[in-house]
Design a protein around this ligand. Structure first.
Ligand code: HEM
Length: 419
């Protein structure tokens, strides 16, 4: 009897305990044994950025461009509708396709197809207190929405600044980048390679516009809302407060080809970048000054990961930079802070890093070393206040590019559509 009880007890123990042991063992031996620090770092990063861990996907999909960086906000309408903003980026530059610039292959110089515009005085029609009587509430609404949103997503400040620069460089600061469609159906700026999934923040401007329309319908342009949002984003990131002239009106078209032609890309050489800026009335000093905005930004691995595939380019980097890049770039659409020393802060550490060759964007690194621009970079690395002042002046200059004023263009009712 006693023996039978013992046998039953042994069988019982084997049946109940062994699956637990087996499962514990499989955790050690199986897919997720001891998770190392790298994997944890990737997971933390994934949580912060909303980008998935590469191991969440089968290996063959790991480099697919299917992780738009939405930071927890509503997707852009076009992305929701399945429209592929990424389409065409490979035509813009092969590296976006994972190829990279051929070793030793010089980029062709950009051809000037339009006369450089002269940098102007404040264009007639722009003034600092433009909405003082017609919509005094506008500035407060913009500030409040930005505060609320950036409380959840500090990176949105940088995204708005980039959105603004991409608006101003293409057909002027006329909110053309915000349009979802052209009256004639032509593809919009949003679908250009350097935009697409590489910009965000349009839905924040929609939110600001909707609230401003309730307070003062038909008065404040989307172009000025984007201007003020950019100003506020920069001030919230450490640039001393500054006023910016207003009175821009909204454009009636948004042309993809213009964006392909006028927007800089990270493999542009310094000649090309200077040329692009010159076309818009900006000079070499403005170039060296404005790229300091990258100090608060993030970049997708598609924009810089190619550098570590090329031994010649690796030699140009501080030895720790390629290691950082390789560690984090498990997916083209993963993102890294451009200035890991002080992400979210408009400070001169970014310029110091460039002097130290730790910049992840090749374009900025080239600007730091080129004889036409290196003096500015060295100076800004030492003098943050001086850079802040210059930055404000260059940004205001950028905000005046080819603006529509007076009766030109229109005041859109919704930023995504012409009236
Ligand atoms: C030659 C000039 C420039 C080049 C080649 C360039 C290139 C780039 C690239 C490749 C990225 C990363 C995009 C991504 O992977 O998502 C980026 C991000 C950014 N750029 Fe530029 N850029 C230039 C000028 C400017 C200017 C003039 C400004 C503003 C004044 C600006 C502001 C930003 C900001 C704030 C980000 C971060 C965006 C974010 O975190 O969402 N850039 N830029």
């Amino acid at each position: 009897m006693a023996l039978r009880v013992r046998i039953v007890a042994v069988i019982f123990i084997l049946c109940t305990i062994s699956p637990l042991l087996a499962s514990a063992y499989s955790n050690v031996q199986g897919k997720e044994p001891t998770r190392d620090a790298n994997a944890r770092a990737e997971d933390d990063f994934a949580q912060e950025t909303g980008v998935k861990h590469k191991n969440d996907k089968p290996a063959e999909e790991a480099t697919d461009v299917d992780f738009p960086r939405q930071g927890g906000y509503a997707q852009d309408e076009n992305q929701k509708n399945g429209q592929d903003h990424y389409e065409g980026i490979e035509n813009l530059n092969p590296f976006y396709n994972g190829g990279g610039e051929e070793q030793g292959q010089e980029q062709p110089a950009l051809k000037l197809v339009e006369e450089p515009i002269q940098e102007a005085e404040t264009p007639v029609g722009l003034k600092f207190n433009f909405y003082q009587k017609s919509c005094p509430a506008a500035a407060g609404i913009i500030k409040k929405v930005l505060q609320d949103v950036s409380g959840q997503d500090a990176g949105i400040r940088a995204s708005l600044v980039r959105l603004y620069s991409h608006d101003c460089f293409v057909q002027g600061c006329d909110a053309s980048i915000l349009l979802d469609q052209n009256p004639n159906g032509e593809p919009t700026e949003k679908t250009a390679g350097a935009n697409g999934q590489f910009i965000r923040g349009t839905e924040i401007i929609d939110q600001m516009k909707a609230e401003i329309e309730k307070a003062c319908p038909g008065v404040v342009s989307c172009a000025d809302i984007l201007t003020l949002a950019t100003r506020d984003a920069l001030v919230a990131s450490g640039i001393p407060n500054f006023e910016i002239p207003l009175g821009r009106r909204d454009g009636l078209t948004s042309i993809k080809n213009k964006a392909e032609h006028d927007l800089p890309i990270p493999t542009d050489n310094v000649n090309n970048m200077i040329e692009l800026f010159k076309r818009k009335g900006l000079n070499e000093e403005d170039l060296a000054t404005l790229i300091g905005a990258h100090s608060i930004g993030e970049a997708h691995c598609a924009s810089f990961g190619y550098r570590t595939q090329n031994p010649e380019k690796i030699k140009e980097m501080n030895p720790k930079t390629p290691l950082d890049i390789n560690h984090m770039c498990w997916n083209n659409m993963a993102t890294l802070p451009i200035d890991s020393a002080s992400h979210f802060q408009m400070d001169s550490l970014y310029y110091k890093g460039l002097m130290d060759k730790t910049g992840i964007l090749e374009s900025d690194q080239m600007i730091a070393l080129d004889p036409r621009t290196t003096n500015y970079v060295q100076q800004y690395a030492q003098d943050q206040n001086g850079w802040h002042q210059k930055f404000t002046a260059s940004l205001i200059k950028m905000s005046k590019i080819e603006v529509l004023t007076g009766n030109a263009g229109q005041i859109r009712k919704q930023c995504r559509f012409v009236n």
